[in-house]
Structure formats: C-alpha cells, structure tokens
Design a binder for this molecule. Structure first.
Ligand SMILES: [Zn+2]
Length: 275
C-alpha cells in the first residue's frame, strides 16, 4: 500500500489508510511487569540523553507523547514505562534524570493496581491544541440506540441539528484561523476528521451546485454496520450540511446514499445546494 505524506489534493484518492491505529497515552495493563509513568520537561537538546538513559537502564517505553514548545525550546515528554528489567529502584532513576543537564522538571507515578497503570499526571487532554475528551465508538452507538428508542424520528432531527451547528462553527473557525479559501477549508475539515478519529473522508466531487463526500469507517454508522435497511447517519450528515451551507452561502440538502449500516463499503453523502 502507498505510504508517505500526501498533499490535501492527493488525500485519500482511494480512501486508503485506516490500518495504522493511533493509541494515545491513557493506560497500560501488564500483570507480570513493573510499570510507572513519567513526565520530563527539558531543553530540546537533552532528549537524546533521556533516550540513552532509558536504553542503558533497560527501561521500555510503552506509550507516550512528545511536545515541543518552539518559543522556549523546551520539550515535554510523557511516557508509560516498563521498568521490570531495571537494575535498582525507580527513585534512583528519577534522581539520575534530574541530574542530567537541561532537565527542568520531573514527575512520576508508580501507582499500579494489579498490573494496571492509568495516566494520572496529564490533564486536560488536548487534541491539536484544543481541549477535548474521548468517547468510545461503542458508547456513542449505545447513546444513539437509546435516543432512537425513546424519541424515534425526533432523535434523527436532534442529531442532525447538533451536527449542523457543529459544522457551521467549524467552518467559520477554520476559515478565520488559517485564512484559507472556502474549498480548502472543507478539505482541511475533512482531513481533520481522520486525525480526530471520526472517519477517513474526502471530497469526491465538487462544483458550484453540489458535492459528494465519501466517509470510511464513520464512527456514527459503525455501531450499526450491516444491521440496517437504510442509511443511519444524522450527526455527520448535519455536520456536512453546516459546512456546505457556509461554503455555498445558501441552504443545502445532504443525502446519505450509501452507508455501511446497510452493507455498503463506505458512507456516501450527496450534497446539493438549493437554487
Ligand atoms: Zn453511514
């Protein structure tokens, strides 16, 4: 499969991808191991020394992140580590790290319950610099099912309207933050859906009268895969409506013509601008 960086133009020509998961630092479960969590703030050039120290002490990195503050030339490193093969105790390692030149701050946690360590050092969760929270696709599916049970078609309207508002404000913020033209804004928004775990999507067709958007593994439809007679997306359908209404400057109709819920390979949305 083709790999490497794609331009927005090339993005998802064949809707590939979706086979390299991104697992954010959250927890680790290794019943036989000695686990810990570490936070190090340091000068950028110091990173190499930390990596070397881990290597020399047989410390295994399980999951983590690295953020560079360009203005301060500082790196924040957060990591869950396996210290089973460490010679000596963790406190000694922490002291060693503190002694490295360029290390500015160190915190650690070794609060492990039956082989499970949960991140206790980092909050809030930021995604692309924005405060975020996560919701399991399965949980969202349960929310949807409950909504439909209680409110029937009213649930569809509520979800569509929620999406519409989100799409409108997203479009406005992308246009103002990045100072891009409207079509580029749509491409940025769709590319970001993949980065944020919604789906892999792309603009398949686009002209002055309408557009077609394809979405692979859309979170909203996945809980219903192969289980429905008709397309199920309302939130994302509304989201697209919000985006394209802003783009065209008039009302649009968005129809989901293909959907994984009714056995199709991808979800396909046809957007038509009103005359
Ligand atoms: Zn769908």
């Amino acid at each position: 499969m083709r790999r490497g960086t794609k331009s927005l133009e090339e993005f998802g020509k064949e809707l590939d991808g979706g086979d390299i998961p991104k697992d954010i630092l959250c927890k680790a479960y290794l019943p036989q191991a000695r686990l810990a969590e570490l936070y190090v703030r340091m000068k950028r050039k110091t990173l190499k020394n930390i990596v070397d120290l881990f290597h020399n002490k047989n410390i295994v990195e399980l999951s983590g992140f690295l953020n560079l503050d360009m203005e301060k030339d500082e790196i924040v490193k957060g990591v869950l580590i396996d210290v089973s093969k460490l010679d000596g105790d963790l406190a000694g390692v922490i002291e060693d790290i503190k002694r490295i030149e360029g290390v500015l701050e160190v915190k650690f946690s070794d609060n492990v319950l039956n082989g499970l360590i949960i991140d206790e050092l980092f909050f809030p969760l930021m995604v692309g610099g924005e405060r975020s929270f996560t919701l399991r696709v399965e949980s969202f599916g349960a929310i949807l099912k409950r909504l439909y049970e209680k409110f029937g078609t009213g649930a569809a309207v509520i979800l569509y309207e929620m999406g519409l508002g989100m799409g409108e404000s997203k479009f406005k913020s992308v246009v103002s933050n990045y100072r891009v033209d409207k079509q580029t804004a749509v491409k940025i928004i769709l590319a970001e859906r993949s980065a944020k775990g919604w789906c892999i999507s792309r603009l398949d067709e686009f002209n002055s009268k309408g557009a077609v958007v394809l979405a692979k593994d859309l979170f909203e439809c996945m809980p219903f895969r192969d289980r429905q007679e008709r397309p199920v997306s309302q939130l994302f359908r509304g989201y697209l409506a919000g985006i394209f209404q802003q783009l065209y400057g008039k009302n649009v109709n968005v129809t989901e013509t293909e959907c994984i819920a009714k056995g199709d390979n991808v979800c396909k949305f046809v957007i038509q601008a009103e005359k």
